[in-house]
Design a protein around this ligand. Sequence first.
Ligand SMILES: NC(=O)c1ccc[n+]([C@@H]2O[C@H](COP(=O)([O-])OP(=O)(O)OC[C@H]3O[C@@H](n4cnc5c(N)ncnc54)[C@H](OP(=O)(O)O)[C@@H]3O)[C@@H](O)[C@H]2O)c1
Length: 323
Amino acid sequence: MINRRYGDPSTVLHLADLPRPSPGRGEVLIEVRAAAVDPGVWILITGRPPAARLAFGLRRPRQPVRGRDLAGVVVATGPGVTGFTAGDEVYGTSDRGSFAEFAVAPVTRLAHKPTRLSFTEAAAIPVSGQTALDAIRAAGPLTGRRIMIIGAGGGIGAFAVQLAVAGGAHVTAVCGPGKAPLMDSLGADRVIDYTRAEIDRDGPVHDVILDTAGCRPFPLLRRALTPAGTVLLAGGGHDAPGFLGGFTRQLRAPLAGLFSRRRLRPIAGHERAAGLEEINRLVEAGHLTPVIDRTFPLSDTVAAIAHLAAGHPTGKIVITMDR
Ligand SMILES: NC(=O)c1ccc[n+]([C@@H]2O[C@H](COP(=O)([O-])OP(=O)(O)OC[C@H]3O[C@@H](n4cnc5c(N)ncnc54)[C@H](OP(=O)(O)O)[C@@H]3O)[C@@H](O)[C@H]2O)c1
C-alpha cells in the first residue's frame, strides 16, 4: 500500500506490486501478518503538518510504502543478525513500510511475539505501546499517586491506563461516551466522559496528567493538577493547523511551564527491542493486553485511515494481510 505523493488518503494511497525487499545488515525479512495504523501514518500520507516533510521528503515521501508497526514471521535474515531465524514469530517496527506482504525491519526494533498474543494483537503494540511505556516511565513512581489519562480509550491511552494500573497508580480515565465499560475492565478507578464534565471536575488532585488528545488549553490542564504536578504531552492532535501542527504545543510546553511549579513536559516514544522485551514481560504477567478497535484487510487501508482520522478509535486499528 503506497503513496508516491502527499494528499487525501482516498486519492493518493493505492495498492502496487513492488519487488520483495531484501534485508540489509542487521535486518530481517518478515512475511507480514498484521500491521497497525497510527496518527504518524496519516502524517506521512497527507504530508501534514508541512514541517513533517522536512524529515520525510519535501515534495513526496522518500519511502513510498506506508505503515510502521508490524507482526509476522521471519523468512530470511540479513548479514550480522543473531537471535532471530527463519520461522520466528516477531513484532516491531519497520521504517521501510509494513502495509505490505513482506517487510524488512532492523533487529534493534524487533522482539519475539508473546505466545499468548495473536499477530493482530502484537502488531497493535510497537509505536503506541512503547510511547505509553515511555510516558508512564516519565511519570515517575506511581504507587498511590493519582494519574489522569486524557484520550484513555485511544491507541496510546488504552496501553497507558493498563501500565499505570500495573504500577499501582489511582487512574482517572478521560474519554468519550460509551468507553466507560472498557475503562473499568482495564482497571481505571474513575472515568470522566468529557462530553458531560470537564477534566477539572474534581479540582487540582492529579499528580500527573498524560494528555494524548492534545486539545485542552494548558491552564485547564493545570486546574486538574496538584501544585507540584506534571503534565506529560504525547501529541498535539494529528490534524492541528499551522506549519508545525500539533508539534507547536509540544514546543511551547517547556516555555509555558517556566514560571510555575506545575511542569509541562513533551514526551517522545522510543522504538527499541528493550522496550518490546519489557512489554513482553508485562503481557506474559497478564498486566497488558492490546485493545483492538477493528481490523481491515490490506485492500481497505484507506477505510482504516479514515476511521483513525475520524478521531475516536477504541484502542488500535489493525490491517491484516489478504492471504
Ligand atoms: N510523542 C510520541 O512519541 C508520539 C508517538 C505516537 C503518537 N503520538 C501522538 O499522540 C497523539 C495520540 O496518539 P494515539 O495513537 O493515541 O491516537 P488515537 O488512537 O487517535 O487516540 C486519540 C484519542 O483521543 C480521544 N479524544 C478525541 N477528542 C478528545 C477530546 N476532546 N478529549 C479527550 N479525548 C479525546 C479519542 O477518543 P474518544 O473516543 O474518547 O474521544 C481517541 O481515542 C497523536 O497526536 C499522535 O500523533 C505521539
